[in-house]
Ligand binder design. Structure first.
Ligand code: AMP
Ligand code: ZN
Length: 469
């Protein structure tokens, strides 16, 4: 299995530190809003990496954080007149719902920054002791960037080039730094903001330290894979390397993986530009699996442009697989043959070839675009070789092969029985009753269950309306 490593700019053979086990950390979202489909790209891509590794028999310890203390969360809390925690808890819950709809498996651990302050204080203390960090007059703790000789190795940046670019920072109120390249590890509290006590000042952590600390706590000092979107290469991941390697004296991560952007009109989709669609919005128009299929139709290191045409193409592509599977089911229920014939045996050997092709594509730095092509080839093969004269064993084997490959991509292609209108209405009634009884957990469960079956609920003044996505 080969992985493109941002650190070496090469595809390298994947050799886990501990045979048979993978320690993987993926930087997660800052939770102050519903996630947009750009945020969903790393979730889907790295979940697929995990699924493929598990398919290969590796045991993956997958850690992905939620950044739950941040300026934007605090701003939103002030606007709504609630505690920051109310905002972060709300959007963590919403994010988990989106992940479930997109078949992103829950991480082994989803740590929260606010629960790991103690570890952060320890690591910052170590960095100060070792001379890699210092405390400014106002209690801010800065990382002394030039003290870490390998700074810039991930982003392939040269410190002196950076210095030129950062000179303006010196006059922007950050003049307590020794050097414009230094970055914040801990900062003093501001009026009305959440804060924690520390030996340096009451305050809160800078953004980068949380990932160094959580990765160490849940995966150890040396991990196999660290991943995220390519905007995180610099400064976030560069700073994480500096903190972790300066504090622990060990190589932080062996392989660094970064997904390219999801664009819209050739610009990065982002909250700050306002050019985004939330996962929730898209799932009202399409089955969430269509979004997953769309994301995987491109290689993760290629930019992907979001458009209605491409979503339609993804919808049709997925439909083709679903139809082939339900056709195999139909034939299976109608044939009188049970035993595999010699010709069928030969055909199944040929069909195995598509599985090999799938694996080869995935082994080549997770080329999901080619892997999906292999599924399409298998679908075409099944369509042209299966008939009412085929044996049940043959039909089932073909179906299982398609289902298995799709499943590695996180796509479930066995059609669920469509819910009858009466069943939907009964569930809606149960949800209303649960809400009345203030059992919001059950009410949410029902909404999610329906969403998973392609039914979207809308709470209107006239009551609950529903439609099939
Ligand atoms: P944020 O909440 O901005 O920290 O983003 C969470 C994750 O989503 C990070 O890994 C980002 O790199 C990633 N991300 C944000 N926007 C995009 C985008 N338009 N395309 C791909 N990944 C993105
Ligand atoms: Zn991170």
């Amino acid at each position: 299995m080969k992985i493109y490593n941002t650190l070496t700019r090469k595809k390298e053979e994947f050799v886990p530190i501990e045979p048979g086990k993978v320690r993987m950390y993926v930087c997660g979202p800052t939770v102050y809003n519903l996630i947009h489909i750009g945020n969903a790209r790393p979730m889907i891509v790295f979940d697929t990496v995990r699924r493929y590794m598990e398919h290969k028999g590796l045991e993956v310890n997958y850690v992905s954080n939620f950044t739950d203390v941040d300026d934007k969360i605090i701003k939103k809390a002030i606007e709504e007149g609630v505690e920051a925690e109310v905002i972060s808890q709300r959007y963590i819950a919403e994010c988990k719902k989106d992940m479930e709809a997109l078949h992103v498996k829950p991480a082994t651990t989803h740590p929260l920054a606010t629960q790991e302050i103690c570890g952060m204080l320890n690591m910052i203390g170590t960095l100060i002791e070792k001379g890699h960090a210092y405390v400014a007059e106002d209690g801010t703790v800065y990382f002394r960037t030039r003290s870490f000789k390998e700074y810039g190795k991930l982003s392939h940046k040269n410190l002196d080039d950076l210095e030129g670019g950062k000179r303006s920072l010196l006059v922007s109120g950050e003049d307590q730094k020794e050097d414009p390249l230094d970055f914040v590890l801990w900062k003093p509290k501001k009026e009305g903001e959440p804060y924690w006590e520390s030996p340096w000042c009451d305050g809160r952590p800078g953004w980068h330290i949380e990932c160094s600390v959580m990765s160490k706590k849940y995966l150890g000092e040396e991990i196999d894979i660290h991943a995220g979107g390519e905007d995180l290469i610099f400064p976030h991941h560069e700073n994480e390397i500096a903190q972790s390697e300066a504090a622990n004296g060990k190589t932080f991560a062996k392989y660094w993986m970064h997904n390219a952007f999801l664009n819209i009109d050739n610009r990065k989709m982002s909250k700050s530009l306002g050019n985004f669609f939330t996962v929730r919005e898209i799932c009202e128009k399409y089955d969430p699996q269509v979004l997953r299929f769309f994301m995987l139709s491109a290689h993760y290191r290629s930019p992907l442009n979001f458009s209605a045409e491409l979503m339609e193409a993804a919808k049709n592509g997925l439909e083709r697989i679903l139809t082939a599977v339900s056709n195999l089911d139909y034939l299976c229920g109608n044939t009188k043959q049970t035993k595999l014939s010699a010709t069928e045996k030969e055909l199944l050997t040929q069909a195995d070839g598509f599985g090999t092709k799938f694996d080869e594509a995935m082994d080549d730095d997770f080329n999901t675009a080619d892997a999906i092509s292999a599924i399409f080839e298998l679908v075409k093969f099944a369509n042209s070789n299966a008939s009412e004269e085929s044996s049940t064993e043959f039909l089932k084997s073909l179906k299982n092969k398609i289902v298995e490959l799709a499943d590695i991509c996180g796509l479930s292609v066995e059609k669920k029985e469509e819910l009858l209108d009466s069943a939907i209405e009964a569930l809606i009634e149960e949800r209303q009753a649960a809400r009345k009884a203030k059992n919001f957990q059950r009410a949410d469960e029902i909404r999610d269950e329906l969403l998973g079956r392609g039914i979207v609920l809308e709470d209107t003044r006239e009551g609950v309306k529903w439609k099939r996505a």
